[in-house]
Write a protein that binds this ligand. Structure first.
Ligand SMILES: [Zn+2]
Length: 389
């Protein structure tokens, strides 16, 4: 079968001390400090065989995500930019949908022809965080498209316990093709859902909400906030195309934060002006630019407001803690998408048409052009770039 394989040299940077875990497993905890000279090549490799508890899925769509872009982009020394858990060589791609082609002998609840998507987090279910109900913080984690083979390929074999059926979406969207396109967007939408509703406990219908960054996760946060009854949604995004998508997904007031700075008023001034100085009950950070965004979000908060950090950035950020005390505010770090009924809820929201994430797909490529798809996504102008397999 055809698959997009990432290969790279294991060359820890000068001064990077490998942990015993990294030495033992060959898995990098901080990929950007270890993997050099990456090659992304479309290869012909053997079709996977499903294990007893696996589903063999014929992949139909696979979205390009921020980590895929950070595998593609390298620093001046030739190291990948992605700073997380990785083991190469590996087929990349993890936001996917497809059709079940074969069902392992010990699988329950799935059959051939089911439309499915899958979690990306291969949580073990046995470590202490997993047993305590925190699968996003599994200590024996594997990740599809990062440490085990991913979905930029014609087929993928994946544990059935990580898969979720899209059959309800198919019924309401009228065609398999539409359902499979929406299905590839369940995973990124679930990342937003986890931050907005699970980690932070959500907001009340009628509250004001602000979203900083309108990439795919931010766009999902806007759609989810709209569905949950936010009475005004503010979006701040530097790219024009993404600002238009933010409006389409339900944002009421959309601004370019850079243009606001030029005229001397930052995002917080706009928020306070347009909320009668009450502020937002939730500020959602999906830009991964906390140095710029957090000081603005802090100043935009209503009494008892919440900040949810979903974007990733490896840096320390200045926070003005007096404001958290004075505004009775709280800060939540969010990561992952597994557990807590998240995939089920996102699929239900799509099936009931409370959200339609297909609107964020702005480019489609075939697998033969997957590297071009990643290159296009790396411009960060688009909504979601999808690869059709
Ligand atoms: Zn675990």
């Amino acid at each position: 079968m055809k698959a997009l394989v990432l290969e790279a040299d294991w060359k820890p940077k000068n001064g990077y001390k490998l942990s015993p875990y990294e030495e033992k497993t060959g898995k990098a905890i901080i990929g950007s400090s270890i993997w050099k000279k990456r090659e992304l090549t479309l290869k012909e490799i053997e079709k996977p065989k499903p294990g007893k508890k696996d589903l063999l899925v014929k992949v139909e769509n696979c979205g390009i995500s921020e980590p895929d872009i950070h595998f593609y982009q390298t620093d001046r020394e030739g190291y990948i930019l992605y700073p997380g858990l990785t083991k190469f060589p590996c087929i990349i791609g993890h936001e996917f949908s497809g059709v079940v082609e074969e069902v392992g002998s010990q699988v329950n609840g799935f059959r051939e022809g089911d439309l499915v998507t899958s979690e990306e987090i291969i949580w073990c279910g046995e470590c202490t965080p997993c047993r305590n109900g925190y699968p996003n913080h599994c200590q024996r984690l594997e990740e599809i498209g990062f440490t085990v083979n991913g979905a930029l390929a014609e087929w993928i074999s994946v544990g059935s316990k990580y898969c979720w059926k899209l059959n309800e979406i198919r019924k309401s969207y009228g065609s398999e093709a539409n359902a499979l396109e929406a299905g590839a967007l369940v995973e990124p939408t679930s990342v937003a859902y986890n931050g907005v509703f699970v980690r932070s406990g959500g907001f009340k219908p009628g509250d004001f909400v602000g979203v900083w960054g309108a990439g795919p996760i931010g766009l999902a946060a806007i759609a989810l906030s709209k569905a949950a009854g936010a009475s005004k949604i503010f979006a701040f995004e530097t790219k024009k195309e993404r600002r238009e998508l933010a409006s389409q997904m339900g944002a009421d007031h959309v601004f370019d934060p850079l243009a606001l700075k030029e005229d001397g008023s930052g995002p917080c001034k706009k928020v306070l002006e347009l909320t009668n100085r009450q502020g937002i009950s939730m500020g959602i950070e999906t830009a991964g630019a906390p140095m710029q965004t957090i000081p603005e979000i802090e100043k935009s908060l209503a009494i008892n407001g919440k900040i949810v950090q979903i974007g990733r950035a490896i840096q320390r950020v200045p926070m003005y803690l007096e404001r958290y005390q004075a505004r009775r505010a709280q800060f939540y770090g969010a990561k992952g998408h597994s557990g807590h009924g998240i995939f089920q809820s996102v699929i239900r929201l799509m099936a009931s048409k409370k959200i339609d994430m297909r609107k964020i797909v702005t480019s489609r490529f075939y697998l033969d052009h997957a590297v071009e798809a990643i290159e296009k996504a790396s411009k960060r102008v688009n909504g979601k770039v999808l690869v059709k397999i």
